[in-house]
Ligand binder design. Structure first.
Ligand code: SF4
Length: 259
């Protein structure tokens, strides 16, 4: 395998860079071979929750309609279950926590919505970029808060937070370029956990995120081997290539023995 990438011919985003860090082989299948991916229950759930919140932010769904809309969409959109993690069936938990979130949803206090699901495409340092912002709000003192909805419920480690706040710092490039805004804080909102993580905007962290992005781009431009990263849970339950990837560990099938 020796296909290399001309980084000038792609539109870059945090997801595209992060996907390379997760599994280079998956990146190869997606962005070089253009193989179609299959969905998983987490991605269906995430798309559904984002769509409900986007419609709320745009005034299409009112606050008192959120729980009913969630209930309706859950049965319509969840055509795949949330993958099992070990012995745990997460479906009842995700369903109930999501319902509780929308039943108790009170918006973001008195903050005014500036924009939601804003799709920015732009040039930065000679490359093309895309950033989709979940929600941007401001308070009565004009402090702006950049909000991102996160679905994964069980991990709140420093590494997880650092990685996902990094995504929002990259989005700040678009915010400055288009709206001349530097947010006061970045908020990761966890509907299933029912809590959030707040980080004050820090220019040092912004530059670290930018450095990470350009280092990753450099690695992508030099990559020729596209080695797989085998993580049993991710490969078996989440990866969009789990059914065609020859490196995916096969699920153990428990044989029923007679007698
Ligand atoms: S199944 Fe695993 S090794 Fe294969 S492409 Fe997906 S993440 Fe990579």
């Amino acid at each position: 395998m020796s296909n290399s990438v001309d980084i000038n011919n792609m539109v870059w985003s945090y997801s595209r860079l992060d996907a390379f860090c997760k599994c280079k082989y998956s990146w190869f299948l997606n962005y070089i071979e253009h193989k179609p991916q299959i969905q998983n229950g987490f991605s269906l759930y995430g798309t559904m929750v984002h769509s409900i919140l986007e419609n709320w932010a745009k005034g299409v769904i009112l606050q008192h309609e959120l729980a009913e809309e969630y209930f309706r969409q859950y049965y319509q959109c969840m055509t795949l279950p949330i993958p099992r993690m070990g012995q745990n069936d997460l479906n009842p938990k995700y369903f109930q926590r999501g319902l509780d979130y929308f039943l108790n949803f009170r918006g973001f206090g008195e903050k005014e919505i500036i924009t939601s699901e804003y799709d920015f495409v732009y040039s930065y340092k000679g490359l093309r970029w895309r950033s989709i912002i979940d929600l941007l709000v401001k308070d009565d003192q004009d402090k702006v808060f950049l909000i991102d909805f996160k679905i994964w419920a069980d991990s709140k480690t420093n590494t997880y937070m650092k990685e996902h706040v990094r995504q929002q710092y990259l989005y700040c490039i678009a915010l400055w370029k288009f709206l001349k805004i530097v947010p006061d804080s970045i908020i990761l909102e966890f509907p299933v956990r029912g809590d959030c993580y707040i980080e004050k905007f820090d220019s040092k962290r912004f530059h670290e995120s930018e450095d990470w992005a350009f280092q990753t781009l450099d690695e992508i431009s030099k990559e020729t081997e596209w080695a797989p990263t085998v993580d049993k849970t991710f490969c078996q339950c989440i990866c969009g290539y789990r059914e065609i990837c020859e490196h995916c560990p096969k699920k153990e099938i428990k044989e029923m023995k007679n007698g």
